[in-house]
Design a protein around this ligand. Structure first.
Ligand SMILES: [Zn+2]
Length: 437
């Protein structure tokens, strides 16, 4: 017998159909998947004996998809602020990582990030970091869905010796974990400035053979473009096109510095952009041309980037910031309306990961990855349009309940399976190792 639960929220915002808002509806979970979305009166008739969860002030939305993270770096939150990307990486982050990154560090940091993300309504994250096996253990322990990066860079780390070693280890991990329903994999070459042509060519072959998305930082800073012109005589996107990397599986993280021809190229190849507005602002990298990308039909998801460059793993902040920046920089207040921002934070991320048939909307047959947001708080009153409240007024503090694959992980704003005191103690343990006081 399947385990059936009926959820009766004030609003169901399924994301498909576009901009739909359902009232007096129920969502039925059967085991791990969504079995039905139907009028609440019909749910009473069809599922008279099923347990009911009534959420009288809440909107039920698809679980949020964080399309770009380095989850373990939560242990470096606030360690080096107010710096440009290359100074931040070369003089602070990379030296710290070379001293401290290990299997244990990645496990503890990723678990801390999972706790923050679950409480913020995120049910799936797309990660890129060393020791992905440790990140996988943490995601499974937290009960979160994760796309793990088969990371590749040219430099040695505690995890791997060279680019081929990174790829061999990542692909072996993917073979070991391929039956875990919560996990999927992306090839994750770090960036054009840390990966060679030979490694990119190898990754293009693996992407085709293994049918995996390619998750890469791309056109993040103006310096990345000028360095590429000096070293390769072409801009990074042109280089990736020549090496066979552009295609529907490409997740271009940031895409801040794009000209019109490059936006057209991304659209023609069916690529996705992981838009990370807070990280781009904090590192002073610039603002992605979201209006142009949307107009060209490029799929957009939202990411936080790491807690070392954001410094919060909060997609409510990213939705609001993305919508406001797109309007501000284009001079067109109609760009990225609220429902479009919510779509980017859910279905857009799912599409980029090739998981659009599994997650990203409240649709029968998909995994029951669901987030309930309390819209009855004083600061959210009155309600003319729940999607407007979600994007422009609500925050992650209004998330009350979260399910991943039908299992409830957050209830009444409280994590059901993780001990937050223990997580904080481990975070302090690593802080003391990084910065002994
Ligand atoms: Zn990043």
């Amino acid at each position: 017998m399947p385990v059936t639960t009926v959820i009766e929220p004030r609003w169901v915002i399924p994301v498909i159909p576009k901009a739909a808002v359902l009232t007096d509806h129920a969502v039925v979970i059967e085991d791990a998947r969504i079995a039905a979305v139907l009028p609440a009166a019909d749910a009473l008739v069809r599922y008279p004996d099923a347990p009911r969860i009534t959420l009288p002030g809440q909107a039920l939305i698809p679980g949020l998809v964080n399309l770009h993270t380095h989850a373990a770096m939560s242990l470096m939150r606030g360690m080096a602020d107010d710096l440009g990307l290359m100074d931040w990486l070369q003089n602070h982050i990379w030296p710290a990582e070379s001293r401290i990154v290990s299997d244990d560090f990645v496990h503890d940091g990723t678990l801390l990030a999972c706790a923050e993300m679950l409480r913020s309504g995120v049910t799936c994250f797309n990660d890129m970091y060393f020791f992905p096996e440790a990140a996988a253990r943490a995601a499974l322990r937290a009960g979160m869905r994760a796309a793990l990066g088969i990371i590749a860079v040219e430099f040695r780390s505690a995890y791997a010796a060279d680019a081929q070693d990174y790829l061999t280890k990542g692909i072996a991990l993917r073979d070991t974990l391929r039956d875990e329903s919560l996990l999927s994999f992306c090839l994750a070459p770090h960036a054009p400035f840390t990966v060679s042509d030979a490694t990119f060519s190898q990754i293009a072959i693996y992407a085709g053979e293994l049918d995996l998305p390619v998750h890469i930082h791309l056109h993040e800073t103006a310096q990345e473009i000028s360095d590429s012109l000096a070293a390769h005589g072409m801009r990074p996107i042109e280089r990736l096109e020549k090496l066979g990397l552009l295609g529907p599986g490409l997740i271009a993280v940031h895409g801040v510095h794009l000209n019109d021809a490059e936006i057209g190229l991304l659209a023609r190849h069916g690529c996705s952009v992981a838009h990370c507005p807070s990280s781009n602002l904090k590192l002073g990298s610039g603002i992605a041309p979201v209006a142009g990308l949307l107009q060209a039909g490029v799929n957009i998801g939202l990411g936080t980037d790491s807690a070392a460059s954001n410094n919060r793993l909060d997609l409510f902040t990213e939705m609001r910031t993305a919508a406001l920046l797109a309007k501000g920089i284009s001079g067109d207040p109609c760009v990225m309306p609220a429902h479009r921002a919510l779509e980017a934070a859910t279905l857009g991320g799912a599409r980029a990961l090739g998981l659009q048939d599994q997650i990203g909307s409240i649709t029968p047959g998909k995994w029951a990855d669901l987030t309930a947001v309390n819209l009855s708080a004083t600061e959210l009153s009155p309600c003319y349009d729940p999607v407007s409240l979600l994007v422009y007024a609500a925050g992650r503090e209004h998330v009350t309940d979260v399910w991943v694959g039908g299992r409830q992980r957050v209830s009444g704003g409280v994590l059901l399976d993780l001990d937050e005191n223990a997580l904080a103690a481990r975070a302090n343990h690593w802080k003391n190792k990084l910065h002994p006081s």
